[in-house]
Design a protein around this ligand. Sequence first.
Ligand SMILES: [Fe+2]
Length: 534
Amino acid sequence: MPPSHIAPHLEILPGGGLPVSRRHFLRGAVTLATASLVPPALSRRARAQVRFTGYPFTLGVASGCPLPGSVVLWTRLAPEPLNGGGMEPGRVEVQWEMARDEHFHAVVQQGSVWTSHELGHSVHVEVHGLEPASWYWYRFLVRDDVSPVGRTRTAPAVNARLERFRFAVASCQHFEQGYFSAYRHMAEENVELVIFVGDYIYESSGSENLVRRHAGPEPQTLGEYRNRYAQYRSDPDLQRMHAQVPWLVTWDDHEVDNDYANEQSEHLDPQFLLRRAAAYQAYYEHMPLRHSARPHGPHLRLYERYAFGNLLQVYMLDDRQYRSPQVCPRPGIGGSTLVQSASCAELRDPMRTLLGAAQETWLMEALGASQTRWNVLAQQTLMAQIDWQSGAGQAFWTDAWSGYPAARARLLSFLAQQAPANPLVVGGDVHSNWVCDLKPDFDDPRSPVVATEFCGTSITSSGIPQERLDAARADNPHVKLANSEKRGYVHIDLTPERCDAHLRVLDSVKKRHSTLTTLASFVVENGRPGALPA
Ligand SMILES: [Fe+2]
């Protein structure tokens, strides 16, 4: 039985509205009918071949993958979100409509799609034929129930002159360790996009100082992963931000299992690919991804690139699915550890990869062909080399890029040689804010700065002790800021001339209503890689 305190908060609906009636939904259809655009499907009740009781849009709505004329709309029918969704097996027809205004006076497109238990009754609509760089509002209808209203925005036309673009970078939202109130503040900012870089759910539970509890055990099966996503999506602030702007998403380890690497789980489970397939399927069902991302067994192509006019290109990377296992693990176990560089020769094996050969080639080709002013590499973890051993000798954490130094040197050397314009690396995973200069060789003071990194912090997940970060500063002069004390997100404001990165932090995630401040702001100037204090 799910605990009662995590019942969905239907009273707080994104888009500022209450559930609207079927008659109100159809008013948009009448508008369309006069324009002779209404398909006959909307003139009758949406068809459902399965019975369900209760409001089905408990998980809200979302959009993502914005292109110049296209965006993905998402919802999932889940009248009982923590009980497998509460839909009987079978097919259901869901209607959708999209308008230029939040009251749906000017409906521009509508249609219907079928979903079924095979997709967890999730709905992914790829809408095409839209205007670039435009706001739209959307909603869904099934039976007599109308979803909350979402707002989304298409990308500017390719090569369109874009003077400004603002987006937020978020990661690591352990449900038990805090409320997602960072999103309430993010929704107040005028960002056009959220880039989420991993740990959307956590499979494992915390032990202390928790504000709420996971329902159910650590997920292993598709049903259990569905329930875990549904519980996270019950958070009203997360729902609100999904309904506010489109998201680009990638994952890290906790969407499946801590520290997994490719086909290997932390505990070397021989059945791990079955678990990975279940987790990937649930991930697809809960994210606003294109149909082409629908998984095939334990495989899901997540890496993709998105252009926003002539100003920026975003490369959404996947450094979990194709990576070599973490190097020099503890005996009898997989996963990460801190290794002495001198005692782990395998660390420097040039064959080891973090992105996998195909993705690495794809990334370099895309970067090499890029025409945009900024190039944002959105990925999971900290890219800068972090030596955790004070003084002589070096110790590296094997799960981050520092555990894959040859792969990192390949990428950063490529940036040095090919010089795509203004590379920015954004990441998460480490539950702390890091601002770093990236160099092909971190141990060589003459090695040039080729990119700038903004990593973290977390939406809620607890950080590591600040003393450890402070102790590491002397051995890592390319680090401009390292702070693990606060939770929050990064607001990035791009113009052709500069990137302003604001590290937004909360006073506490242990209460629903937090206060937002800015921990620090940095500037990256066009043509000058490296972060400067603002
Ligand atoms: Fe995390």
